[in-house]
Design a protein around this ligand. Structure first.
Ligand code: CP
Ligand code: NVA
Length: 296
């Protein structure tokens, strides 16, 4: 049966453990310079409605390292967005390629791709979810803490990256507190699903309270891609949620990147030795290779 990952909880807890184990093994093989062409001859179509540095480059180089090939399909490269329906795109791509990765605005567009594709579809970020980021985040936490016996405080917007992390944290057994301004919490469906998966996070509007017992502080941009019109309103709402040297203390900083220095995080914090963000970015590569070998 074709498996899709439109969000992290399309994987079972056992699947998640399998993907992370594959990621660690592949990372070690990269470090030892051992070739690993496990997807030799395979092609991955990569649909991008939004810009990307990490997702695009990690998937493309990941496929190359696995002996396969990736096709970058931006908004002006294919008929999708120019009149061809998602379901037709899904069926046609499935006749050519072995997997599809899609970064789209509307989460429903990625689930529709998955509904009609006969090859695995992976969500590379929607307005609601970012499961590939969660895989890399869990890998990074496990490397740093030797497991998931760690406490994480999310400080910032409760949208896509946060929502997938909330579910992934529940699956992994991380202790999580989410601090957002009022009105920017993760949605109810995410919190209900996290409860089913192992435990909903504590949710607060107080960043200082959230970080009090935390080992890790995780933040994300205040103005996500596609929200440019809400910029003034969001900057005002997030006043007081910046991760500063004072708020971080000696805790580990996580950020999915790109970072907007001077908004959600200060330059000093990002440049400090507490920042795990470069490991997180690298781990996108290894985590997604683990996922691709699991799915394809
Ligand atoms: N974190 C992340 O997905 O980065 P990009 O937008 O650069 O892909
Ligand atoms: N929340 C951010 C994440 C970018 C990887 C956005 O959606 O733009």
């Amino acid at each position: 049966m074709t498996r899709h990952v439109t969000d992290i909880d399309d994987l079972s807890t056992d699947d998640l453990a399998d993907v992370l184990a594959r990621a660690e093994d592949l990372k070690e093989r990269v470090a030892r310079g051992k070739p690993h062409p496990e997807l030799g001859g395979a092609s991955l179509a990569m649909i991008f409605e939004k810009p990307s540095t990490r997702t695009r480059i990690s998937f493309e180089t990941g496929m190359t390292q696995l002996g396969g090939h990736a096709l970058f399909l931006g908004p002006n490269d294919i008929q999708l967005g120019h009149g061809e329906p998602i379901k037709d795109t899904a069926r046609v791509l499935s006749r050519y390629v072995d997997g599809v990765m899609a970064r789209m605005f509307d989460h429903g567009d990625v689930t529709e791709l998955a509904e009609y594709a006969t090859v695995p579809v992976v969500n590379g970020l929607t307005d609601d979810a970012h499961p590939c980021q969660t895989l890399a985040d869990l890998l990074t936490i496990r490397e740093r803490f030797g497991g998931f016996d760690a406490s994480v405080a999310w400080v910032g917007d409760g949208n896509n990256v946060c929502q997938s992390f909330v579910k992934g944290a529940a699956m992994a057994g991380l202790d999580l507190t989410v601090a957002t301004p009022a009105g920017y919490e993760p949605d109810d469906a995410t919190l209900d699903r996290a409860a089913e998966l192992g435990g909903a996070p504590a949710v607060t509007n107080d960043p200082e309270a959230a970080v009090a017992d935390a080992d890790v502080v995780y933040t994300d941009v205040w103005v996500s891609m596609g929200q440019e019109d809400e910029r003034a309103e969001k900057l005002a709402a997030f006043d007081g949620f910046q991760v500063t040297t004072d708020l971080l203390g000696d805790r580990t900083l996580m950020h999915c990147l790109p970072a907007h220095r001077g908004e959600e995080v200060t330059d000093a914090v990002l440049e400090s030795d507490n920042a795990a963000v470069w490991d997180q970015a690298e781990n996108r590569l290894h985590a997604q290779k683990g996922l691709l070998t699991f799915l394809m």
